[in-house]
Design a binder for this molecule. Structure first.
Ligand SMILES: [Zn+2]
Ligand SMILES: [Zn+2]
Length: 373
């Protein structure tokens, strides 16, 4: 659709001196009649075009600056297909795109106006806020039970004095001098084939058509404030070392009504030196004396959640034997079933004293072992 020369007043069926309220009333009535979801007639395509026309008319006449421009020049120098709004979501039946009309008013009509308008800086592209990265360190015992951590950090939030648009009281704007308020500038290129003109988004106002006159005194015009933010982080049982949790929307504030960034928390797991972790299984080495291996013993094995568990080493246990202590490993992150705690027996052999040697020689005779004298 090119920059049009339609009479927006007759499209909405209002007089040229109609008040803001009259325009809104007329618009709502027409939307109820022509909205593609509501239209009862046969020619859906015509209804859609008509609906777009109504949107376009209301878009211009509901904006004092655009209305004044229309009154003065008979058109608004803004190709309507390039009207940009910050909203990126909020559609009904897949029909609405970002090109037409004031979504808020459509929501008002169809959903009883329950949504509140949150931003004034129409025109500028909504930008998602930046993500923030942090890391937390947990103990192995926290991995067994899971842990709740409260993380405190600084982030930018939308300035409440100006609503994020950077102008004093959120209202101190003037028409952009670079584009005359249209949000678009025309560029001409000369070439061998002739003169080519194209329109691009005005870089001074970023398409908004207006610039801040007096900067917001609270945020100095940035639209954002630093705030101390606290977030609850649920570290799930079974978490792997180095895994990252995403906490949606707890990053820095978005721009021009865009959503907040996300908070990414990397979890480091401190595993005690006496364990090796492999998935949900833990490995532990129990050192025993050779006579304990021969005659049997009981060892105390530390548990990942804390405390000790007795493990019986039977008589005649060979070095390197692995005992599996079932369900005393790490919980699975998906089904919380615990893996095993595997205990490998290490046998310490020492040089015997003279007293021990005498007794061992007796045993050697019984076992017909070939030993040194
Ligand atoms: Zn501009
Ligand atoms: Zn501010």
């Amino acid at each position: 659709m090119a920059a049009s020369r339609k009479d927006y007043y007759s499209i909405l069926g209002v007089s040229r001196d109609a008040s803001k309220e009259d325009i809104k009333k007329a618009y709502r009535k027409l939307v109820r009649e022509w909205h593609p979801d509501a239209y009862k007639g046969d020619d859906k395509k015509d209804a859609e075009d008509k609906f777009k026309e109504i949107q376009e008319a209301y878009h211009v006449l509901s904006d004092p600056e655009k209305r004044a421009m229309f009154d003065k020049f008979g058109y608004v120098g803004e190709p309507s297909e390039r009207v940009r709004y910050g909203r990126t979501s909020g559609s009904s039946g897949g029909f609405f795109d970002e090109s037409f009309g004031d979504f808020q008013d459509i929501f008002d009509v169809f959903f009883g106006g329950s949504r509140s308008r949150t931003r004034e800086s129409r025109g500028q592209q909504a930008v998602k806020g930046e993500d923030i990265h942090a890391s937390v360190t947990v103990d192995l015992k926290d991995v067994i039970s899971g842990k709740t951590i409260y993380l405190e950090y600084g982030r930018s939030s939308t300035c409440n004095a100006c609503g994020g648009n950077g102008s004093e009281n959120g209202t101190s704007f003037r028409s952009c001098p670079n584009c005359g308020g249209s949000g678009y500038v025309r560029e001409e290129h000369r070439s061998f084939f002739g003169v080519f003109a194209n329109t691009r988004v005005c870089s001074t106002c970023e398409g908004g058509g207006r610039i801040v006159e007096t900067r917001c005194s609270k945020c100095s015009g940035s639209g954002a404030l630093k705030e101390k933010h606290r977030v609850k982080v649920n570290v799930p049982p079974g978490v792997e070392d180095g895994s990252t949790l995403r906490i949606t929307g707890h990053g820095n504030a978005g721009k021009s009504g865009g959503p907040g960034g996300d908070m990414y928390v990397m979890v480091r797991v401190k595993v005690p030196d006496h364990y090796k972790r492999r998935g949900t299984d833990l490995y532990y080495i129990a050192e025993i004396d050779y006579i304990e291996a021969v005659l049997g013993t009981t060892v105390e094995v530390p548990l990942p959640e804390g405390g000790l568990e007795n493990l019986t080493i039977p008589q005649g246990t060979n070095p390197g034997t692995v005992f599996r202590m079932k369900n005393l490993g790490i919980p699975s992150i998906s089904n919380s079933r615990r893996g095993d705690l595997n205990v490998t027996v290490k046998v310490n052999i020492t040089k015997p004293s003279s007293k021990e040697r005498k007794i061992l020689h007796e045993i050697a005779k019984i076992r017909k072992a070939k030993v040194m004298e």
